[in-house]
Design a protein around this ligand. Structure first.
Ligand code: GUN
Ligand code: ZN
Length: 427
């Protein structure tokens, strides 16, 4: 049924500067879950006069957040104290991910995982699963039920972990192909070939991953790169003939314009240049980098004018410490302040919505409130908490309202979330 949402409209165009704000705006959502009309309420066509409506008053209606790097089987293992990434993976992550060999556990977890995203205003994501095919199937099925744009795959990992989370080259390839066949482009789902990282895949499996990326037409590729110092040292001993970490992935045809590399904290000038040349994306995961002590990723470095690397912003749950993209924006702001770049609120929100949608190649259907896209919408209350309510009257621009939400907001500011026009969170 066609419906109307009323509130303050915050609409981004192609760039962060292209921001339209309507204090009293309306969005019309069609039967098919897509945006039929939006604009100032006084200009609402008479044909919608009797359309059922939800009035959110002074709350902001915006494009839902998109999280381009998050681990589904880590949804409950936040705040696992470790000395660094490798210690964290060994002590906490492998045992937790081993539970996802059980289809029943995975199905229950998938519903909880998606409800966490919706509660935080996240309407699309690219997620890692465990290495178990049933875990990836559970997440695909849960997303399908919600008509959500979600990208995932089974993790390829055939060494340097416990047996319960490892696969083999053959099994990994067969299961990846079968998931591609079953789910890629099924409604709003997409598939990503997902080698965990070069430490947990043998050369044979990395070679297979490159071949799978060719075979799985239209699939993205997700992995991790250059996150922590000790990880990079281990890579050097595993791949002594490659000149750096990026070269390992280049060697196997994994550095492409469909490739997303999480973290990229310690990339060299040459690596940044080659990632730029290939059109690959680096996904910044600030709460995770801070929590695990991985390092400060510098946007000034990655975004150098002569070779800007395409960038995404993500939570990286469970290395990350919050499901909230608002908190992730706040942490991004602080990390970049420490690296000498002062980001504007419009840049932060644009990255978390249309920017991430472009990185995931789903911007034709989501990431903004353009007419014809799916109604993936977050409703943000700029006075949701005592602290935000006290701060709000001091704002004299929509940019400053957004800034306060990025620095002070979290799931409490998310009043409602819509996926393809259906309310998935909120009263
Ligand atoms: N590198 C390889 N696997 C992981 C993971 O699960 N989390 C993070 N933060 N880094 C990784
Ligand atoms: Zn990760």
């Amino acid at each position: 049924m066609t419906k109307l949402l009323l509130g303050q409209l915050v609409v981004f165009g192609d760039t962060p500067q292209d921001l339209t704000h309507e204090t009293r705006g309306a969005i019309v959502i069609g039967d098919d879950g897509r945006i039929l009309w939006r604009g100032p309420l006084p200009l609402l066509p008479r044909a919608f006069d009797l359309t059922p409506r939800e009035d959110y008053g002074l709350s902001l209606l915006m494009a839902g957040f998109i999280d381009p790097h998050i681990h589904f089987p880590q949804y409950r293992m936040l705040a696992a104290a470790a000395t660094d990434l490798l210690d964290w993976l060994t002590r906490y992550t492998w045992p937790e991910e081993a539970l996802y060999a059980d289809a029943e556990h995975a199905a229950k977890a998938a519903d909880i995982f998606l409800s966490r995203l919706f509660k935080n205003g996240t309407t699309s994501a690219m997620a890692f699963c465990s290495s178990h095919k049933v875990g990836a199937e559970a997440l695909f099925e849960a997303a399908l039920k919600n008509n959500m744009a979600l990208i995932t795959g089974k993790t390829l990992m055939d060494r340097n972990a416990i047996a319960a989370v490892q696969d083999t080259v053959e099994q990994g390839a067969l299961e990846t192909l079968s998931l591609h066949e079953a789910y890629h482009n099924k409604d709003r789902l997409r598939h990503a070939v997902s080698p965990r990282f070069a430490i947990t895949s043998t050369e044979a499996q990395l070679k297979s991953a490159g071949e799978l990326l060719q075979l799985c037409k239209g699939a993205l590729m997700q992995t991790h790169i250059s996150e922590s110092k000790s990880e990079i040292e281990w890579i050097k001993t595993l791949f002594p003939n490659d000149r750096d970490y990026t070269a390992v992935y280049e060697h196997f045809g994994l550095v492409t314009d469909h490739s997303l590399f999480a973290h990229g904290v310690h990339l060299s000038e040459s690596e940044a240049q080659r990632l730029h040349d290939a059109g690959s994306t680096v996904v910044h995961c600030p709460t995770s980098n801070n929590f695990l002590g991985s390092g400060l990723m510098s946007m000034n470095h990655l975004l150098k004018d002569n070779r800007p690397v395409s960038l995404g912003l993500a939570t990286d749950i469970g290395g990350g410490t919050s499901f909230s993209m608002l908190q992730t924006l706040g942490e991004t702001y602080k990390v970049q302040m420490l690296s000498g770049r002062k980001l504007k609120a419009t840049e932060l929100f644009h990255m978390a919505t249309l920017g991430n949608a472009k990185r995931l190649r789903i911007d034709d259907e989501t990431g903004s409130l353009a007419i014809g896209k799916f109604a993936d919408i977050v409703v943000l209350d700029p006075s949701a908490t005592d602290v935000l309510a006290a701060r709000h009257p001091l704002s004299n621009s929509i940019e400053d309202v957004l800034f306060a939400l990025a620095i002070l907001g979290d799931d409490r500011a998310v009043q409602a979330t819509y996926v393809a026009g259906k309310k998935v969170h909120g009263v």
